[in-house]
Write a protein that binds this ligand. Structure first.
Ligand code: NI
Length: 203
């Protein structure tokens, strides 16, 4: 059984792309579910797991997100998804193939810590500058139970650390060291002097 915190809503929501997709509501900061530690997935290749992953993919797409963790839709299971295309506005940022990662583990490589801007679908309209390991190995499983292992750095590494934090009940504002680098995106960047690197918003 999935640890479902909130009942599945069948109400389709309208995405910013003006298409109707069967997305689930995304919980926002302040909701107690976002502070819970999620449970490992015990069984792979099940209809329940496939349904959860499908809901997460639909929800992330409808929100134009680059990543999503199951607790953000009220499911306390250790499942994250992420992926984004190369964005011509940020040519320095490589695309990341769409990945479904279950029971993930992160191993930092080296001591380099990098601070950069993050956003989160559960913390709408805000951005904060968050220190993360620059290079990591991550390991986990796909929905069929096949093992996944990748060595990554930069934005890819940042996104995975952000999403795995969700599984431990940690939201990025808890990681911010300089609270003067936290605020509403519009106010922080209204002069366009600094481009943002959003973790979960693709804009
Ligand atoms: Ni997030």
């Amino acid at each position: 059984m999935m640890a479902v915190y909130q009942r599945h809503s069948n109400h389709p929501v309208k995405s910013r792309k003006d298409s109707i997709m069967p997305a689930r509501p995304i919980l926002r900061i302040g909701h107690p579910c976002l502070l819970q530690v999620a449970l490992p997935v015990a069984e792979f290749n099940t209809p329940e797991l496939d349904a959860l992953v499908t809901d997460m993919l639909d929800t992330m797409a409808a929100a134009d997100g680059a990543g999503l963790a199951a607790p953000q839709i009220g499911v306390l299971q250790r499942v994250v998804i992420f992926g984004f295309e190369n964005n011509p506005r940020y040519p320095e940022r490589d695309s990341v193939e769409l990945t479904i990662l279950i029971n993930p583990e992160i191993q930092p490589l080296g001591n380099e810590i990098e601070s950069d801007w993050e956003g989160c679908l559960s913390v709408p309209d805000m951005r904060g500058r968050v220190p993360r390991h620059q290079r990591i190995i991550y390991r986990g499983f796909d929905p069929q139970g096949q093992s996944v292992e990748r060595e990554v750095d930069g934005f890819h590494a940042r996104v995975v650390q952000h999403e795995v934090d969700h599984l431990d009940g940690i939201l990025y504002p808890q990681r911010i060291e300089d609270m003067t680098k936290f605020g509403f995106e519009k106010e922080l960047f209204e002069d366009d002097s600094e481009e943002t690197l959003e973790v979960e918003d693709s804009r």
